[in-house]
Design a binder for this molecule. Sequence first.
Ligand SMILES: N[C@@H](Cc1ccccc1)C(=O)O
Length: 503
Amino acid sequence: MKLPESQVAALNAASATDETPIDRLAEEAGLKPETATQAVFELRDEGLLEVTERESVEYELTDEGAEYVESGLPEVRLYRTAVEAGTDDAPAQMGRIIGASGLEGPEIDIALANFGRKGYGDIDSGELSADPDADADDDPEAAALAALAEGGAVDDVDADVLDQLVSRNLLDRHERVVRTITLTDAGVTALMEGIETAETVDRLTPEMLTSGEWQDVEFTEYNVEADAPEVRGGKTHVLRQTAERVKDVLVGMGFQEMEGPHADADFWINDCLFMPQDHPARTHWDRFALDVPPIEHLPEDLVDRVESAHREGVGEDGDGYHSPWSEDFARAVALRGHTTSLSMRYLSGTEVGELEPPQRYFSVEKVYRNDTLDATHLLEFFQIEGWVMAENLSVRDLMGTFVEFYEQFGITDIQFKPHYNPYTEPSFELFGKHPTTGELIEIGNSGMFRDEVLEPLGVEHDVMAWGLALERLAMLTTGAEDIRDLHGTLADLDFLRGAEVTY
Ligand SMILES: N[C@@H](Cc1ccccc1)C(=O)O
């Protein structure tokens, strides 16, 4: 049997030992790993070799891990200092022990956290005491690091200790697939019958063409299925793609874009919206207040009218809130929790002057909420704000606008649920069905602005308005199941690389 050189090498390596790793074959035969792999798979297809794949996990000390092998784990150093200072007898001031330990910068936090975790002692109202029964000389994490640094095997190390060291970033874990080869019976027979090396050439040269040699040589086959390095180009983030698409759609529907400050007076964010100053969303729990001087410039007349709406209501039988209203609070600055602050600025006439109906405005901008992070909530997210001012608007106009908008994204089954907002009446929440989980997720909030909002602004026509969540729309169009995959520190890069915006 005549075979190319690399295949002969693979058969010989396989006949020498069972389960020969391809890496070792490549190294011993002086072949590139991909050439060796190609030869192996060709032989497997011929039935001469069997290939076994196994996951192998390898650990490697990080720089920080290697440093602690030299200097000792921070918590061990802290414990030793604490014992030397006699705190196993009587507690001492924590600052003094840290000073004596020589720990610096981030090491101090690391030492304290792990000191507590490992039960090396107690820290109580600024005082530290070492547990006399603890044994820092026998620290399993330190022992594992030292053993690995000397090339020891991980099999001897407890799995929890390894996990802990990886999560402390003292070890790197690499997972890879190890392929080994073993001769099949047909391979053994072929070897016994004798194998010769066939000359193959991997490129056609001008000389071969002129000499006619090309007619006699055997060409190396191309392997179009060989593993190749993945080449990743840059691409626009799906969320940005979605935002651009939203803007195009809204511009196509006749809307103009609003712009305005991320940090704004509470007046624009809440007071104009007839949000009582003691509303829960205005407390320090939900609101990112900024420690900056209050906003000086607000339109005086408007401030008076808004205050009066809050205190006395509007219209003949209006009734305001019987709750406190202070101009100082209205002037305080916070990160906007919704972009409805922009709608207030525009509707008040302070941005582009008095507006005559019909008018349509939108923005796709970031908002900030002191929420709890979960699969559908981020602390910073994008809102698709919008409003339409016209004569005689009804709820049907509002719903029709959403149906038209979401249809552009292939979403044809939105649902409406009555809702309450202090600033709209009636109000509706919007829901969409997640394409893979089938779960209903809230995608927006909307309504017709109340007179208590419009009258102080000097608007004499109907205004319907909404705030839709861009990330939730992106979840529906990309199939992302967790909003945290889309942006923020927990983003799923593999998902984002492959995600497509469908519409
Ligand atoms: N501001 C609302 C959205 C909204 C805007 C305008 C009118 C009604 C609702 C929110 O953040 O949820």
